[in-house]
Design a binder for this molecule. Sequence first.
Ligand code: ATP
Ligand code: MG
Length: 235
Amino acid sequence: MNYLYEIKSIEKIYGQGTGKTVAIKSMDLNIEQGKFTTILGPSGSGKSTLLNLLGALDTPTNGNIFFLEENISKYNRNTLAKFRRDNIGFVFQSYNLLPNLTALENVEFSTEITGLTKDNAKSALDLLGLSNRFNHYPSELSGGEQQRVSIARAIAKKPKVLLCDEPTGALDNKTGVVALKILRDLNKTLGTSILLITHNKEIARMSDTVIKLLNGEIVEVHNISHPISPECIEW
Ligand SMILES: Nc1ncnc2c1ncn2[C@@H]1O[C@H](COP(=O)(O)OP(=O)(O)OP(=O)(O)O)[C@@H](O)[C@H]1O
Ligand SMILES: [Mg+2]
């Protein structure tokens, strides 16, 4: 099978000597294309470290990561940046919007970098139900709207995979469900592969595959044959 990611015996070690932390311990994992995968685990279990490695924000200390059969684990900074630009969309808990740019300008910023037109930015905001918020600054948007702008920014460049680190962590139940529904729809309609970190077991039930981490190791991987609808999630 042609996997999106093949992770082979990776380790991530931060620091040295007495200050050394083994954040990921000899991990093997395959992730299929087009799936919605969630990563569950307590604080400090290595979730963000793993997502950063998959998003080429960092490289493993040992082992190899293949993205569509391309080994990304030995890339230098420039090659990593190009790889991220061409393939990866990021969504974070803190929306990371630029405060002095409007919603549209924030999304255009990402399409400009990737050489796409302004129309891509507009259609991404349309898709997220924000057509009437183009000219609003982040401070003039609700938390849920800001998160939708950040999702629009991530998808405007049509990434192969969307990596989300607790995207609903700062949202209330209602706006969180809206954001999750958008992610689920993107996955279904555009076929974008999604990897989402959460602390919430309920959110994990809407994904196709759940990966549980503990102390830098995978302790469980299970597939869900009938994922629940985001509307059924409460937290
Ligand atoms: N840049 C870094 N330098 C040193 N140690 C780090 C660094 N980043 C993470 N760690 C350590 O690696 C371990 C895993 O951290 P990570 O951020 O991946 O956890 P997490 O599962 O995302 O936790 P949380 O749910 O709190 O976000 C922790 O012990 C953390 O202190
Ligand atoms: Mg984290």
